[in-house]
Ligand binder design. Structure first.
Ligand code: DAH
Length: 340
């Protein structure tokens, strides 16, 4: 009688365990068949009510049934684990043959590229980099640069005035003054930055970029200026590119010059970019006017210096063959993507 009961229990457990699909179901079955309230446990408790001679045999049988159920549970637990693993391997596997997702990389703006490159070049030549202010006063933008009150550059048509005596700087030459106010010679600085003028066409933008340079020491000559410009031009554009200077006038330098480089497009033969001259204008330069030194308390008998200012946008246009300055400021993605 009890034998068949036990067999039935084991049989039923075996069926239910074989149907279990996960750990949770197996845990429920474990407590159903082996837990405190299970039939098998109840039978174990019944042992005491049997005649003593039957107890060992009965006990062994119940124990055997329990062991059997335990084995079945263990076996099924293995199977469930294995099935879960297989499922994970097949369903969550990475398909290494799938094409990758495209990532879009940005690129540096051509002005940023040239800006960084010229900082590297001048720093390798022993220059420090100074920062100026976009918003300036008339003293730093004009007066201290020896620009008389009636100079045409001061006119409202060229200069963006914010209010009387407060303006957007029209040139990075303002930083020459700031550096000379805060340092003593010898000085060797460049200062790249943004400038503003009321101008807008294919070769002028109302906001543009210049790099200013100032070197002040005893015995600085025009030959030093010529030398540094040559070195810079060759490092920036290549060893075959020559530069030249032409006499010019700037209020804060004496003598003054304009700097040209050989047309990077036609190499001097003459083309539409250089208007058939073979040369392209890149900026202004000169020896610091003693008036500028005197105003700032620098001994003009003892010290001489040179300064120059180059158009960064011009350099970028020449270097990357950009025909219209406005392209540099329109942020057209089709243009910018070409500088990757
Ligand atoms: N500041 C001048 C301009 O914007 C350029 C310039 C000329 C800068 C002569 C200089 C210089 O440092 O010496 O047109």
């Amino acid at each position: 009688m009890e034998n068949t009961d036990l067999q039935q229990i084991v049989e039923q457990a075996s069926q239910e365990i074989a149907a279990a699909e996960n750990e949770h179901q197996l845990n429920l079955l474990k407590s159903k068949y082996l837990g405190k309230k299970s039939t098998l446990n109840g039978m174990m408790k019944k042992i005491g009510t049997l005649p003593p001679e039957q107890r060992p045999e009965f006990g062994q049988k119940v124990n055997k049934a329990k062991k059997r159920v335990e084995k079945l549970l263990e076996g099924q637990a293995e199977k469930v684990k294995e099935a879960a693993y297989r499922k994970a391997v097949t369903q969550e596997a990475i398909d290494l043959t799938m094409p990758g997702r495209k990532t879009n990389f940005g690129s540096l703006h051509p002005i940023t590229k040239v800006w960084r490159e010229l900082e590297d070049i001048f720093m390798s030549l022993g220059f420090e980099v100074a920062e100026g202010n976009d918003i300036e006063d008339e003293f730093h933008n004009f007066d201290a640069l020896n620009t008389p009150p009636d100079h045409p550059a001061r006119e409202l048509s060229d200069t963006f005035y914010i209010k009387d005596d407060v303006l957007l700087r029209t040139q990075t030459s303002t930083v020459q003054i700031r550096v000379m106010q805060s340092h003593k010679p010898p000085m060797r600085f460049i200062s790249p930055g943004r400038c503003y003028r009321n101008d807008n066409d294919a070769s002028h933008s109302p906001a543009f970029h210049q790099v200013e340079a100032l070197v002040v020491d005893e015995g600085i000559t025009f030959a030093d200026l010529r030398d540094i410009l040559n070195i810079f031009v060759k490092k920036m554009f290549g060893p075959h590119i020559e530069s030249r200077i032409r006499p010019h006038f700037f209020p804060f330098t004496e003598p003054s010059a304009e700097i040209d480089i050989v047309c990077v497009n036609c190499r001097g033969k003459g083309c539409h970019i250089c208007k058939n001259s073979g040369w392209l204008e890149m900026g202004g330069a000169g020896m610091v006017d003693p008036n500028v030194f005197d105003q700032l308390g620098i001994d003009s008998e003892k010290y001489t210096g040179y300064a120059f200012g180059l158009g960064i946008d011009r350099i970028a246009m020449l270097k990357y063959n950009i025909p219209d300055m406005r392209l540099l400021f329109e942020n057209d993605i089709r243009f910018l993507q070409q500088f990757k």
